[in-house]
Design a protein around this ligand. Structure first.
Ligand SMILES: C[S@@+](CC[C@H](N)C(=O)[O-])C[C@H]1O[C@@H](n2cnc3c(N)ncnc32)[C@H](O)[C@@H]1O
Length: 269
């Protein structure tokens, strides 16, 4: 699959930024565990709107350097503009397919977030990512599991039904919905050592949880596809009020809700 399944409209790029705010603490944990430090060089494969690249740039500081790669021109333009507006002088962005690029073997870290799930050949992307690395450099991925249903206790049918629609729609378009659960296998097949792994699940409840907006905006992006494959018709879903409906349904029964599992893995070469 050549193109990113959710497109790169302004609305989708904004959704990626909302998502990035929620994912930031988990990706930060991954970067800290790897030992990312000032002065290091990082490549971000499938950088999208540039959130991981900018997070890495903050951590490596002005003496370090970050290269973001994305195969979509609109994503690269947005990432460049955001990095410029945020005052980063140490990030470069290039357009291209990261799984077909050979790197310069002088980076300390190659990282991708939410990118293996979109590959026709995830092993090729892992292999290509390692070509950027110096000996002893680290390759890392932060992936989402697009399987199953998110939970709620007490049960909130709207939350679980929404998650079911989101995951079923994603599974109809992404090539590797289980990539986050196959890092051991994919790293092995790419000739990389056994990855160190951890998983986090965003959980929430109450009126101020960011999970309602994250779920509703994700479903908004997926809605055309959900209709196309006959999962819903637009009349059944009040997409503009879904966020509020989720908030009301969850808070009415004092439910605690779980979101999609996040899997992070990394290894040195
Ligand atoms: C879900 S977005 C994630 C963006 C970013 N990593 C983040 O976490 O905010 C996936 C991005 O990866 C890009 N992408 C997917 N496969 C790629 C590849 N093989 N080479 C370059 N970019 C790729 C898509 O164009 C899209 O912008």
């Amino acid at each position: 699959m050549q193109n990113y399944v959710l497109g790169h409209s302004n609305r989708e790029l904004r959704r990626l930024m909302l998502q990035a705010n929620n994912l930031r603490p988990i990706t930060t944990r991954l970067l800290r565990e790897i030992g990312l430090a000032r002065g290091m060089r990082v490549v971000d494969v499938g950088c999208g709107a540039g959130d991981v690249a900018m997070l890495a740039a903050e951590m490596v500081g002005p003496t370090g350097a970050v290269l973001g790669i994305d195969r979509n021109a609109a994503a690269i333009a947005t990432a460049r503009e955001r990095a410029r507006a945020a005052g980063h002088i140490n990030i470069e962005f290039v357009e291209g397919d990261a799984s077909e690029m050979t790197g310069s073997r002088n980076f300390d870290l190659a990282i991708g977030r939410y990118v293996l799930v979109h590959q026709s050949d995830p092993i090729a992307l892992i292999r290509a990512a390692t070509t950027h690395l110096r000996p002893g450099g680290a390759v890392a991925f932060h992936e989402v599991l697009l399987l199953g249903t998110w939970w709620s206790f007490p049960l909130v049918p709207l939350w679980e039904d929404t998650s079911d629609l989101i995951n079923r729609t994603f599974r109809s378009v992404v090539t590797c919905p289980d990539a986050g659960a196959r890092m051991v296998e994919h790293f092995y097949n790419a000739g990389v050592e056994l990855p160190r792994l951890f998983s986090e699940t965003p959980v929430g409840g109450g009126p101020d949880s960011p999970l309602y907006a994250w779920a509703a905006e994700t479903f908004r992006s997926l809605l055309p596809r959900a209709e196309e494959i006959g999962l819903v018709s637009r009349d059944e879903i009040d997409i503009d009020r879904l966020e509020d409906h989720l908030r009301q349904a969850v808070t009415a029964v004092h439910s605690q809700i779980g979101f999609a599992h996040q899997h992070c893995g990394w290894a040195r070469i």
